[in-house]
Write a protein that binds this ligand. Structure first.
Ligand code: SF4
Ligand code: ZN
Length: 371
């Protein structure tokens, strides 16, 4: 288990994510003013020892969440912070995780000997929406930090962070909804979208909690506090590159008729047709040869956990199967997840590959027979 060190307590609300801050909520419930920032009795916890002379602050996994009832880079703590850095430096046997909404104060708050970062310190920049992501992440990426994580919690909207993930400098992303009686809704689509961005960039992704008001497939669910983390866990949506973690996601393939009805309704999908030349090619090669080509394309371009060039791997012309892939949303893993429900970030097994080949061949045969 990880442990917590809160050197000071109290904070000031700064951005939309702070609106229902749990420090404020908890303090209010006991008649305390969370905007008064004070040092805690645990200020020097990392150096405290027990009677046997051993450090009191330990953690099985070595991780110490630092400053969880405030913000480590809060102005009010400017005079106290250097002492904390000194303690952190001394306890290089631990791994300190510092979560902040004030990454723009990092530079002026870093210790003089920070250099290009300390190995045992992870800095987590939170961003609750696109606006805060676009403000904080460029600053974050330009700082000398050894271990960077992004936390979108409470997640308040869709966030496109792909260009930040593509730098290769982000080690982990966490998403989650908001808790409490005033919780704002969190839409599962936002979670899925960030997850796909993480998969494409091989960044570990953690779906921490649903929050109290969770929207899935357009329906709103009110989820009890005690179930918000278990529900997220049950969804299997966390992702660790190089594992089969996405196999934990329960999904159902669409009914073939419903799928084709949906594709006909999509202006984009229904615009694809085989040309006379494509049809000639199919007739000349024979349907079983075309099926073997389809198997080959699905196997080589779509089946990996994170296919090369995903989203751009299927040409717009050059083979009837390519056309069929666009027409039936078998073109990339994002489209396959959206239309066929097979989660991205997993290796496609034989049955899944055969299912996609079947869809492609159905479409091609219908095109060729004009049925
Ligand atoms: S920065 Fe964090 S601790 Fe401070 S008010 Fe905002 S949510 Fe609360
Ligand atoms: Zn696609």
């Amino acid at each position: 288990m990880s442990d917590i060190w809160n050197p000071w307590h109290g904070c000031h609300k700064l951005s939309p994510g702070c609106a229902n801050c749990y420090v404020y909520r908890r303090d209010e419930s006991i008649g305390k003013d969370a905007s008064v920032v004070t040092k805690t009795g645990d200020f020097d916890l990392p150096l405290k020892k027990n009677r046997q002379g051993q450090y009191k602050l330990t953690a099985d996994d070595g991780v110490i969440y630092t400053c969880m009832t405030s913000d480590f880079f809060l102005e009010d703590a400017d005079e106290w912070r250097q002492d904390c850095w000194d303690m952190i430096r001394e306890r290089s046997d631990l791994r300190f995780h510092i979560i902040t909404k004030r990454i723009d104060r990092f530079e002026q708050c870093a210790p003089p000997d920070w250099g290009d970062g300390w190995d045992h310190v992870t800095i987590c920049s939170t961003c609750e929406n696109q606006d805060r992501a676009d403000y904080r992440l460029p600053i974050f990426l330009n700082l000398p930090i050894k271990h960077r994580e992004i936390i979108c919690e409470p997640m308040l909207g869709e966030i496109d962070m792909e260009k930040y993930l593509a730098t290769g400098l982000i080690g982990h992303v966490t998403c989650g909804g908001e808790s409490g009686s005033k919780a704002r809704p969190c839409d599962f689509r936002w979670i899925q979208e960030v997850r796909r961005q993480c998969i494409r960039n091989a960044v570990p992704f953690y779906f921490k909690q649903t929050g109290a008001v969770f929207i899935k497939d357009g329906r709103t669910y009110h989820i009890e506090r005690s179930m918000q983390m278990p529900q997220a866990k049950k969804s299997g949506y966390s992702y660790i590159p190089g594992t089969d973690s996405a196999d934990g996601i329960v999904y159902r393939l669409p009914e073939r008729n419903e799928l084709f009805a949906g594709l006909r309704k999509s202006g984009f999908r229904s615009g694809f047709h085989l040309s006379a030349k494509d049809k000639e090619y199919v007739a000349e090669k024979g349907i079983e040869t075309i099926r073997s080509h389809a198997r080959d394309f699905v196997g080589k371009r779509l089946s990996a956990e994170n296919p090369e060039n995903d989203g751009k791997q299927t040409p717009m012309k050059g083979h009837p199967v390519f056309i069929a892939q666009h027409a039936t949303a078998c073109c990339c893993r994002g489209c396959i997840e959206k239309w066929h429900h097979i989660p991205a970030g997993k290796v496609l097994n034989a049955a899944e590959q055969e299912y996609l080949v079947g869809v492609l061949m159905d479409w091609i045969e219908t095109e060729c027979t004009g049925a």
